[in-house]
Structures are given as structure tokens and as C-alpha cells.
Design a protein. Structure first.
Length: 317
């Protein structure tokens, strides 16, 4: 692959060589390699903080997009989790929400990798936490999908709408039961701490996307803790959609602990017994076990994220 000496120096973090090349007056600071990346792209992606500072000070194009992905240096630094580089790029005038070819922003990439220090810098710089990719995916959805609880807290505190739903199921023809809301994907991928955080922020836990409920998602994944929390939050785990329920899905897939629990829920419901776990602070236990600490007033002022019909009452921890 073609790369200039300056790009090679920046990639390796050789500040002295990069300085010498720039001082010679012969190095084109914005010349790209075959992949369309400049020296600043590479320095940002590899976390070469000193080189990033040098290139910015010498006038590198801070918002130049690579080819073919259209990634900026800020996008590269955010993807790889280099918070110091992110801070330098933002201070140097990088466009915070400039997206790549798929509509993904630096904030989305920081969230994808669980790089909460980078995300904090981007939010502070004004990143749009409700920006969507071309298929409608949000930062909050990505955090819920990947179990990035610390990132999810930051996003919610910054005003993320936890009930936005991506449209990629329809666009990709993946059919029923795929994807959905933040709450659905948290259950699908087995992230109970994220599920608790979403509930505190007013997420609709009774959401029904493509005839698939949160309970059904958790049952398919075999995630008992998600089922227990949904139950403690007042979600009806026994709802049936097109002949399927959480119980028969868990049974069919051999998730025995989920089957036993759901049968107990059925018996409790049938006999009109009280759900003791609702009073036992299960959400607090889930967060504590996951070592997730939330701000004192977390979720208290997030009522504007609830759906208009307020399907799910915001639970207490």
C-alpha cells in the first residue's frame, strides 16, 4: 500500500521524524494513502497524541474524509477509544457529528466500543445523542445492544430518547422478531443492567415489535435475570403473540431455569399472589452486581422520553 513518509511517521508515533518532514517544507500534510487516509487519520486511529497535536498545529485538514468509508480523524479516534486524541481534535475544530458512509457518527462508534471517556468528550462538545444512522439506529440502541451501561447512562443524562426504534429490520428484510427497541435488544442480548437503566429513563418495557415482546426476547436468549426484572417491573410475561409466548419459546429452546421461573409466574398469576421481587429492589441489585453506579437523580427528569401512551410505569429501584 502506498503511504508517504509523513503518514508512516505519524502511524508509528515518531514525532521527531514527522516534525523534520514538516519542517523540510516538502511533505504534503494532507496527502492520502491508497485508503484515503491522511497522516492525521492514522495518528488519530493509533492514539499518537503528540503527532495529532503537531499535525493540527501545522494545519492538517481536521475534517477530511477517508475513502471509501468517509471516516474523519475524529471518527478514527472515537472508534479506537483514544480520548486524548478526541479532545485535541474537538478543540481543533473537528465537526463532532460528521458521519461516515453508513451515517454513523463518532459518538456512535465510541458507544459501540464502550469508550465512555471518548463519548463524554463528544457529548461535552455538543454531539447529537439522538442522531440516527441511515437505517435509524441510535447511540442508545447501540449501547443497549452491546451492554455499554456507562455509555448508556451518559446518553440518557444527555437527553437520549430510549424509545426510538431503528428501521433496519424492514430495510434488510430480516423479518419478524429481529431488532426493535432499546429494551428489546437489551433483552435479546442479555444485558439486564442496561434494561434497568432504560426502565428508569422511561423506556416502554411492554413494547411489541413484530409480534415479539421483551419477555419473549429474554426467553429466547435464556436470560433469567432479564425475565425476573421484567416481572418485577410489572411486565406481563405471559402475553402470547401469534401462538408464541415466553414460556413455550424457553421450553422449545431448552432454557430450563427460564421455564421453571415462567411456570412459577403462571402459578402466581393464577392464584393471585403478590410479586415479592417488586418490593425487594431487584433493579438496585442488578445494577450493584454489574458494578454500575447511577447519578442520584438518574431518570427522575426523563419523563419526556416515555411514549405518549405511557405503557410502562417507571419502576422504582
Amino acid at each position: 500500500m502506498f503511504a508517504t513518509p509523513l503518514i508512516m511517521a505519524a502511524t508509528s508515533g515518531h514525532l521527531d521524524i514527522a516534525t523534520m518532514l514538516l519542517n523540510s517544507g516538502k511533505a504534503d500534510i494532507n496527502l492520502t494513502a491508497d485508503d484515503g487516509k491522511t497522516a492525521l487519520h492514522e495518528a488519530s486511529g493509533f492514539g499518537r497524541t503528540a503527532c495529532v497535536a503537531l499535525l493540527i498545529n501545522r494545519g492538517a485538514d481536521i475534517n477530511k474524509s477517508s475513502l471509501p468509508g468517509k471516516a474523519t480523524p475524529l471518527f478514527q479516534a472515537s472508534t479506537e477509544g483514544h480520548a486524548e486524541c478526541v479532545a485535541l481534535l474537538v478543540k481543533g475544530g473537528a465537526v463532532v457529528d460528521k458521519a461516515d458512509l453508513e451515517g454513523s457518527t463518532p459518538a456512535m462508534m465510541a458507544t459501540q466500543g464502550g469508550h465512555h471517556a471518548c463519548l463524554a468528550q463528544l457529548i461535552k462538545a455538543g454531539a447529537d445523542v439522538n442522531r440516527t444512522t441511515f437505517d435509524g439506529t441510535t447511540c442508545a440502541f447501540i449501547a443497549s445492544q452491546n451492554g455499554a451501561s456507562q455509555c448508556l447512562i451518559m446518553l440518557i443524562e444527555a437527553g437520549a430518547d430510549v424509545n426510538l426504534s431503528p428501521s433496519w429490520e424492514e430495510l434488510s428484510g430480516m423479518g419478524e422478531g429481529m431488532g426493535g427497541t432499546c429494551a428489546l435488544v437489551a433483552c435479546q442480548n442479555g444485558h439486564p443492567a442496561c434494561l434497568v437503566l432504560l426502565a428508569l429513563a422511561g423506556a416502554d418495557l411492554n413494547t411489541d415489535k413484530h409480534n415479539c415482546t421483551t419477555a419473549m426476547k429474554a426467553a429466547v436468549a435464556g436470560n433469567l435475570l432479564c425475565l425476573r426484572y421484567l416481572d418485577s417491573a410489572g411486565v406481563d410475561l405471559l402475553v402470547s403473540k401469534q401462538g408464541y409466548s415466553a414460556l413455550n419459546l424457553a421450553t422449545a429452546l431448552g432454557h430450563e431455569t427460564c421455564v421453571v421461573f415462567l411456570k412459577l409466574v403462571y402459578l402466581r398469576h393464577k392464584k393471585g399472589l403478590i410479586n415479592e421481587e417488586r418490593q425487594a429492589g431487584l433493579g438496585e441489585q442488578v445494577l450493584r452486581d454489574a458494578r454500575v453506579t447511577v447519578p442520584f437523580d438518574f431518570g427522575k427528569s426523563k419523563s419526556h422520553h416515555k411514549s405518549d401512551h405511557d405503557k410502562c410505569k417507571q419502576p422504582d429501584l
